[in-house]
Write a protein that binds this ligand. Structure first.
Ligand code: GSH
Length: 222
């Protein structure tokens, strides 16, 4: 059984979405956000204090894109995974990591300086600059997504989960109205997938059952 430590709509949403797409059983352990402040004992599970942390037996992983790759490779060959002998293998790995390293990074600055810091430490200039930076990076997908429904290999893969999570956060930061047309259509395709909808429901139910706030980790701290 796979055990996952998760905060509502945090990066750990990527593996949750993957597990729902794959239909694999899992145990979800919900944490208040950020765990390093609200659940210090979690530091014994992951000294970084970050989510995700996933255990598959005694195997432990803490990077969301790597977990997507791990689950796809083990449980979904030639479906959610793109194999080394497929033409789009390089594109697949590139988008899988592009989702986290290139797209999610600027969004973190927005979250921090628009939402998490107390009002006197918020910095509108950072929010404005990194919104533009994110949107400029995202726009590079427009020509590709004007031609095809998913990022690579002619099908939905773990790379779409990785990039799709960045779009999910961008939507919560009110950036979706600024998506270019093909990216906006792609986001609509992703957010209406059963796996995505079930992942949203699963985290909400688990949070309520475990007495953790069902509010998204991306919502403002009041
Ligand atoms: N690169 C890591 C980043 C993990 C990460 O920073 N997660 C955030 C949630 S989105 C977190 O747990 N933050 C809490 C903290 O920094 O204390 C991944 O993709 O999994």
């Amino acid at each position: 059984m796979i055990t996952r430590h998760h905060c509502v709509s945090a990066r750990s949403f990527r593996p949750l979405w993957m597990l729902e797409e794959l239909g694999l059983p899992y145990e979800l352990r919900m944490l208040p956000f950020p765990p390093r402040e609200h659940q210090r004992a979690y530091l014994e599970v992951n000294a970084l204090g970050t989510v995700p942390a996933l255990f598959d037996g005694d195997r432990r992983m803490t990077e969301s894109a790597a977990i997507c790759q791990y689950l796809a490779t083990r449980h979904s060959p030639r479906a959610l995974n793109v194999e080394a002998d497929e033409a789009d293998f390089g594109a697949y790995l590139n988008y899988l990591h592009f989702g986290e390293a290139t797209l999610t990074f600027p969004l973190l600055l927005l979250l921090r300086y628009a939402r998490f810091e107390p009002p006197h430490r918020r910095v509108p200039q950072v929010v404005d600059d990194y919104s533009k930076w994110f949107l400029a990076r995202l726009r590079t997908l427009e020509p590709l997504l004007s031609q095809q429904p998913f990022l690579c290999a002619g099908r939905f893969t773990a790379a779409d989960v990785s990039v799709g999570y960045a779009l999910f956060v961008a939507q919560q930061l009110d950036l979706a109205p600024r998506f270019t047309p093909a990216v906006a259509a792609y986001w609509q395709r992703l957010r209406h997938r059963e796996g995505f909808v079930h992942a949203l429901q699963s985290q909400d139910q688990a949070a309520r059952r475990q007495g953790v706030s069902p509010r998204s980790a991306t919502e403002p701290v009041s």
